[in-house]
Write a protein that binds this ligand. Structure first.
Ligand SMILES: [Zn+2]
Length: 535
């Protein structure tokens, strides 16, 4: 029995047998058939819901292959004070307090008194007037100052008698009373008093974050946060509210526990499943800690930093692999990528000796932000997934040129190279480091410039642009493969999961910044509209 039919639109399926159709039939969360109105409409029964697309477009649901979901959820549940006046800070605080009456603590981030008319440090009294007795603590944009109200100071045990901690200052007024501003390590006195959210509170925050993600066309994500994230997700599911497909990676500290419990890759179901062990090989470009073969420009002694000894990495990767878990390793610098590839090479040999095919251990490198030319073929050869974030290329191009130099930058953020050499790619955002909105990532991949036209209208290394088709596959089929779900996720074909989005334009003929203006009319996961809808 067909429960849902969408018709009279353009359905881009990514199914090579029928790449563009005008109608699709869905039953029990799965695609039953795609084709023309003649093929599909006669399948309807009295109870089938028929939705007229009226010329709109449908593409498979998009998956973000690298997010920090708990971090996203928690940051969406704080007051955003970034780049606003003091009046606006207080207004937003009042709004947040009213909208979240059950939230015990009010937290926020991003204030900066330099932007205010009165540039002096704010006081507890400013906040007390708005929030009364609800403890409130806001971190400054600089990360070096905090602003607490009286209730927060009281809960942190800060009084006129409290001495300054080492490396910090509790600002005090003429009478020796704490003003509410805490500098450097003194911030911790309050930060440590803020309770961690309970699983139920976390699930509330996750519900809001999920709705925000569904509205951007995402239907799934791969998460890199800690087990508390898994707990929150399961509470969300127990409530019947989980509406996206989740792959949960296992961070290093929990490898022994996963092994003890006998958890293997893919444990779970089509909603929540365990993915790979997650390790860090190096730092990042911004702080110049990505581990490099050659030093940073202008810093002849700085090669960045290895965060994991190669032997230790080898031990963990091979142990995990023998126990049925692939590994997903953060590697940004070219030396880090090189070492990770060396480790995967050994793991692959051991796997081959055990008779395991590469498809049984889906190892991945997270970011691959720069690769040494002599290593360029190795991801494809070892069948290691390049989990990359196209938006990093357009937000980091200037840092890449400055710290790595122009010559090396041609090997940076190079999704083109990996696709051309035959590596599998899975795209994502690393949200909340970058926005999770997938059309921004798609735009970055195809335009390789920022919407304001920097660094040039042609784009940064324009020869490295991807096509829309390649990009779309990187947000659908790529993550589906990484999840081990390529036989049922990532395209709209018979027996595949009915995860799709309805949009207002054809991405294949949408150019440049127009892609960013794509409107999401509806997001369907498992055959149910989870965001928006159509007639
Ligand atoms: Zn990350």
């Amino acid at each position: 029995m067909i429960d849902t039919i969408l018709y009279n639109g353009t359905i881009i399926t990514l199914d090579d047998h029928a790449p563009r159709v005008t109608a699709i039939a869905i039953s029990m969360g799965r695609v039953v058939a795609t084709g023309s109105e003649d093929d599909i409409l006669h399948l309807a029964t009295a109870s089938t819901k028929k939705h007229n697309l009226n010329g709109k477009f449908v593409i498979p649901g998009l998956t973000d292959a690298h997010v920090h979901f708990e971090w996203i959820s928690r940051s969406l549940s704080t007051v955003n004070l970034y780049e606003v006046s003091k009046e606006e800070v207080l207004q937003r605080t009042a709004n947040f307090a009213a909208e979240n009456p059950n939230r015990e603590w009010i937290t926020g981030w991003g204030w900066s008194q330099d932007l205010w008319t009165d540039q002096s440090f704010p006081t507890a009294a400013d906040l007390d007037a708005i929030v009364g007795n609800r403890p409130t603590f806001f971190q400054a944009k600089s990360g070096h100052a905090g602003w607490a109200n009286s209730a927060a100071l009281r809960l942190a045990g800060i009084t006129s008698d409290t001495p300054d901690p080492e490396g910090g200052t509790i600002l005090k007024d003429g009478n020796g009373q704490p003003t509410g501003t805490l500098l450097e390590t003194a911030m911790r006195l309050v930060a440590n008093a803020i309770p961690e959210p309970t699983p139920d509170q976390l699930a509330d925050m996750m519900h809001a974050a999920q709705n925000a993600m569904l509205a951007t066309g995402l239907t799934g994500f791969h998460d890199f946060d800690n087990p508390s994230c898994m707990t929150g997700l399961q509470v969300l599911r127990e409530r019947g509210d989980l509406a996206m497909r989740v792959v949960k990676q296992i961070n290093r500290a929990w490898l022994p526990h996963a092994l003890e419990l006998g958890i293997r890759w893919g444990f779970g179901d089509d909603w929540i499943r365990y993915g790979a062990l997650k390790l860090f090989a190096d730092g990042a470009l911004g702080p110049r800690t990505a581990y490099m073969f050659e030093p940073y420009v202008g810093e002849p002694d700085n090669y960045g930093m290895s965060l994991l000894d190669k032997e230790e990495m080898m031990e963990m990767v091979t142990t995990a692999s023998a126990a049925g878990l692939p590994t997903s390793i953060h590697a940004i610098g070219d030396k880090a990528v090189h070492e990770v590839l060396d480790v995967f090479e050994v793991a692959r040999k051991q796997e081959a000796q055990r008779g395991e095919k590469p498809t049984q251990r889906r190892h991945r490198i997270e970011h691959v932000q720069i690769i040494h030319p002599s290593d360029k073929h190795r991801l494809a050869e070892l069948d290691v997934i390049a989990s990359m974030q196209p938006i990093h290329g357009t937000s980091d191009w200037e840092r890449s040129e400055r710290y790595w130099g122009h010559e090396r930058s041609q090997w940076a953020y190079n999704t083109r190279l990996q696709i051309d050499l035959g590596a599998r790619v899975a795209f994502g955002s690393d949200a909340p480091v970058e926005p999770f909105r997938p059309f921004e990532g798609m735009y970055s991949a195809v335009a390789r410039r920022q919407p304001n036209g920097t660094p040039s209208p042609e784009g940064w290394f324009p020869e490295l642009k991807l096509t829309v088709d390649e990009t779309l596959r990187g947000y659908t089929l790529g993550p589906a493969y990484a999840a081990g779900m390529e036989d049922r996720l990532g395209k709209l074909a018979p027996r595949f999961l009915a995860d799709l989005i309805v949009i207002d334009r054809d991405p294949y003929t949408t150019h440049g910044e127009e892609l960013l203006r794509t409107a999401i009319h509806a997001t369907m996961v498992d055959g149910v509209f989870r965001y928006g809808g159509i007639e």
